[in-house]
Design a protein. Structure first.
Length: 360
C-alpha cells in the first residue's frame, strides 16, 4: 500500500512528533510512505531514509484573511499536483484545514481512501474555520480520535467511521530516581500559550507553594508567543529568583527526569505528550482534568498522579504540596505512573493503527 501523510510543517510540537512516528512505523512495517509538508519548518524529527519528504513551500502571510484564502488555494493546487504524481492508495491528515479541504476535492476527483486524525479539543477549539474543517469529516473514510469524549462531540455518522487510538509512548522504561534524591524543582513542559496551557495558573500556584517551600524552584521548558506575559507575572509576584525559563531544548527528558513534580495546567489538550513522557520517567505528576479527557485517560486520580479541576491555582498548589510533603506517596505515584509504558507502548498503538488501516 502506498500511503501519504499530510503535515502543516515538521516541528518539535506534539502533533508533529506523532505523525512522524506514524510515518516511520508504517515504513518499518513495509508500506511505501511519503510525507507532504505544506509550510517549510525546522526538522526536529528523525525520519526514515526510505520516506520521501515533499515540501510544498507555501509562504505563510501574516495577514490571516490572505493566509486562509489565497494561501489555501495555492496549497490545494500544489497538493493536488503532488498527489496525482505520487498516486497514493491512502492519505492520512491530522485534521488541519488544508488537509480537510483536500478531503472534499479528493472525493470529487478520485476514489482513494482518506483517514482524518482529530488532534484538537473540539469543545474548546471550535471557531468558524474549525467548524467548516470538521464538516468535511463526513466525507472521510475513517476518523481517528484520541479520547472517547472527543469522539462524542461529533455526529453519529462521523462516530460510525471512527476509532479511538491514544498517543504512543516512544521511550523505554527507565530506572527511576528515588524521590529522596530528586532535585528540589517543579518542571513544566510546553509552549507559552496562556489561552490553552495556562502557565499563569502555574505561576499563581507556585506563589502559594513558596510560602511553605522556600528553596523550591520552578523550571519552564519551551518557548512561545506568551513567554513575555509569564515573565512579567513572575516579576510581579517577586518570583524571579526561583523561576527559570530554560527555553526549548532537544533533550528535555534528560533535563526533567529527576524533578520532584511535573505539572500540567492546560484547560484543554488532546492527549498530552509531555504528561505521557513525564509519567513514563516515573515523575510524580499533577495535572488539570483538561478537556476532552486526555489527562483523565492517563491518570487514575490519587493512584498514579493527581487530577485537579481546570482554572484552579489553589487546587494545583494543594496537590503539589501534598506530593512534596508526603514522600512515600510521591514514590508510589511515580512507580505506578511508569506502568503506562506497557499500556501505551509503540507496538500496542501501532497495532491499532494498522488494524484500522487494513479494515478500510
Amino acid at each position: 500500500m502506498n500511503i501519504v501523510l499530510l503535515i502543516p510543517k515538521i516541528s518539535y510540537g506534539g502533533a508533529s512528533k506523532i505523525i512522524i512516528w506514524l510515518a516511520n512505523q508504517l515504513s518499518d512495517t513495509g508500506y511505501k510512505v511519503s510525507i507532504i509538508e505544506f509550510y517549510t519548518g525546522e526538522s526536529h524529527q528523525k525520519i526514515n531514509e526510505e520516506i520521501e519528504v515533499i515540501r510544498l513551500d507555501i509562504n505563510q502571510s501574516k495577514n490571516r484573511v490572505l493566509r486562509l484564502l489565497f494561501g489555501t488555494i495555492i496549497a490545494e493546487y500544489r497538493l493536488h499536483r503532488v498527489i496525482r504524481k505520487v498516486r497514493p492508495d491512502l492519505v492520512i491528515t491530522f485534521g488541519d484545514p488544508i488537509g480537510s479541504l483536500y478531503i472534499l476535492i479528493n472525493k470529487i476527483n478520485s476514489k482513494r481512501k482518506i483517514i482524518v486524525s482529530e488532534r484538537s479539543d473540539p469543545y474548546s477549539v471550535n471557531g468558524l474555520n474549525h467548524k467548516i474543517r470538521r464538516a468535511f469529516f463526513n466525507l472521510a473514510d475513517g476518523i481517528v480520535f484520541q479520547t472517547e469524549e472527543a469522539m462524542k462531540y461529533f455526529s453519529n455518522n462521523i462516530q460510525s467511521k471512527g476509532v479511538i487510538i491514544a498517543n504512543p509512548i516512544n521511550i523505554n522504561k527507565v530506572k527511576r530516581a528515588p524521590y529522596s534524591r530528586r532535585k528540589n524543582k517543579i518542571v513544566f513542559v510546553g509552549r507559552f500559550d496562556v489561552v490553552q496551557k495556562r502557565q499563569d495558573i502555574m505561576v499563581e500556584a507556585f506563589f502559594e507553594i513558596k510560602k511553605y517551600h522556600k528553596d523550591l524552584s520552578l523550571v519552564f521548558y519551551g518557548d512561545g508567543k506568551d513567554e513575555s506575559l509569564i515573565r512579567e507575572l513572575v516579576n510581579t509576584k517577586g518570583l524571579e529568583e526561583s523561576v527559570i525559563f530554560a527555553g526549548r531544548v532537544e533533550n528535555v527528558l534528560e533535563k526533567i527526569w529527576d524533578a520532584k513534580v511535573f505539572v500540567l495546567t492546560s484547560d484543554y489538550e488532546g492527549i498530552p505528550n509531555a504528561l505521557i513522557e513525564a509519567m513514563a520517567l516515573g515523575i510524580p505528576v499533577v495535572s488539570t482534568d483538561c478537556s476532552p479527557g486526555g489527562a483523565r485517560l492517563l491518570i487514575d486520580n490519587n493512584k498514579n498522579g493527581i487530577l485537579v479541576p481546570t482554572g484552579d491555582p489553589k487546587g494545583i498548589s494543594r496537590a503539589i504540596r501534598y506530593i512534596l510533603e508526603n514522600p512515600n506517596e510521591a514514590e508510589r505515584y511515580g512507580t505506578l505512573a511508569q506502568e503506562i509504558v506497557t499500556e501505551y507502548s509503540s507496538e500496542e498503538i501501532m497495532g491499532r493503527w494498522i488494524s484500522f488501516i487494513e479494515k478500510l
